[in-house]
Write a protein that binds this ligand. Structure first.
Ligand code: PLP
Length: 450
């Protein structure tokens, strides 16, 4: 009995020799090839210097993704502009990598709007989306000549009030929702196309002397697997634009098709069985639709894209460390990691690829991968086949660049640091690990409890 108290190097039972072709479906995409470096920087070094867990962002991958996407659209359509979706990853260093290459900013809240201004984005290149723009934020946007994307009629009326009070004109765009043949329809955002609501909003805007109707916007969903849906959306927005010209004499300056292009992460339970269209497929569907909609050649609207996850997901890595192994009551092996759903929100819908870092083991086994939280739903992978891992071994989680570093929470554990590897292979800390002082900074202790 005593000997079970001493630490064993390997757990003895349930070890299976690696047998190619015997993998069950749930583990089919697991990786056994160790990943020992990211952009030439050793995983071990990164963890030694910045601790574990730690997020790592690759500037090289970011830039490649951005250039590839831009190229896909620019080779098919004459006027293209990207705007970085702040909520996907709003660390200033990351935003500036995009802005430096000409990307505008797409924001959905007041603090994101201010972040974009602080990042040096001219007000006229900030697209202000979202259903919750406060009156003072609308005022700030009007003063900075930003592109205000209206979500509902109440917002339209507040904006009219702001403009009249300031005696200033505002450039407005309406967000349009529509049936693109893909369920569910995101009809909670913006004005509906089929019901005539969108046209009603445009007509109302046209009567306001302080509002300049400028563009049309749609963001039809996220992780969209149908390029055709974008063709349909571009077609419906074009209909509205052509009608504006014909009936109101207003030339729509831009058509913004939002984001929603999928990254290459695998959705849970799909086992790689679905095909993810390339960015070229989306570019082709959209460009074709706009080019054939009936615009005069010299009146083709600017095409704006707000792609988020497709540009950044595979540029992000999470490095972590094994805390312990144990056996569950049904005999399955469980491995506890030092990162969980608190910082890997996307593991609720993705089967993230996880690679060991270090010497490859000849053996592998299926395991449930748990996070460190005292919470039953803290499961990073329900079933993954990995080489044997021991306490202290490191792993690399792939494609975690989108949304995790904005949706993370400090439930039980502090949020980890973010490190950027620049195009020269140098590392930069771009967000510090949180600590107790940071956590308690906004707390206020009532005098009687002091
Ligand atoms: C979130 C969001 C985006 C980015 O979406 P992805 O699916 O990450 O490409 C773009 N536009 C709007 C309005 C959004 O809300």
């Amino acid at each position: 009995m005593l000997e079970t108290m001493t630490k064993l190097k390997y757990e003895r039972p349930f070890i299976k020799k690696m047998s190619v072709g015997m993998m069950d479906k749930s583990a089919a995409q697991s990786e056994f090839t160790p990943v020992n470096e990211i952009d030439g920087v050793a995983v071990k070094e990164l963890i030694r210097e910045y601790g574990s867990p730690v997020f790592v962002m690759s500037e090289t991958t970011l830039i490649n993704n951005y250039q590839t996407a831009l190229q896909a659209f620019r080779t098919r359509y004459p006027k293209v502009q990207f705007a970085w979706s702040y909520k996907t990853h709003y660390n200033n260093a990351i935003c500036r990598i995009f802005h430096k290459r000409g990307s505008w900013a797409e924001v959905v809240s007041g603090f994101e709007y201010r972040k974009a201004l602080n990042n040096g984005v001219p007000g006229s290149q900030i697209l202000f989306n979202g259903p919750d723009k406060h009156e003072d934020e609308l005022q700030l946007a009007v003063e900075n000549d930003s592109l205000i994307h209206l979500d509902h009629f109440e917002e339209l009326f507040v904006l009219i009030g702001v403009c009249n009070r300031l005696q200033k004109k505002a450039r407005v765009t309406i967000r349009v929702n529509m049936d693109t043949g893909v369920q569910p329809i995101w009809d909670r955002f913006g004005f509906n196309f089929e019901s005539g609501q969108a046209w009603q909003a445009i007509s109302r805007i046209a009567t306001e002397s302080n509002l300049v109707f400028t563009g049309l916007h749609a963001h039809i969903g996220t992780y969209m697997l149908s390029a055709d849906a974008y063709g349909i959306a571009a077609g419906k927005l074009s209909d509205l634009a052509l009608r504006s010209k014909k009936e109101l004499g207003i030339l729509v300056k831009y058509i913004d098709l939002g984001g929603g292009f999928p990254g290459s992460n695998m959705l849970k339970g799909t086992y790689g069985a679905i095909t993810i269209p390339s960015i070229d497929a989306f570019a082709e569907a959209i460009s074709h639709s706009l080019r054939t909609a009936g615009f005069e050649q010299n009146e083709l609207p600017l095409l704006i894209l707000e792609s988020g996850r497709a540009l950044i997901d595979d540029a992000g890595y999470l490095l972590g460390t094994v805390l312990a192994n144990k056996k569950l009551s049904d005999g399955r092996k469980a491995t506890i990691m030092d990162f969980g759903v608190n910082i890997l929100f996307t593991s609720f819908w993705y089967d993230h690829k996880i690679s060991p870092a270090g010497e490859p083991s000849a053996y592998q086994e299926d395991a449930v991968l748990y996070g460190p939280l005292c919470m039953n739903i803290d499961v990073v992978r329900e079933s993954v086949r990995l080489p044997l891992l021991n306490r202290g071994d490191h792993v690399v989680v792939h494609k975690v660049g989108a949304y995790n570093m904005t949706q993370w929470m400090q439930f039980i554990a502090m949020r980890p640091p973010i490190v950027l590897i620049d195009t020269n292979g140098r590392t930069h800390l771009i967000r510090k690990r949180e600590d107790l002082a940071y956590l308690e900074q906004p707390e206020v202790l009532p005098g009687y409890l002091a």
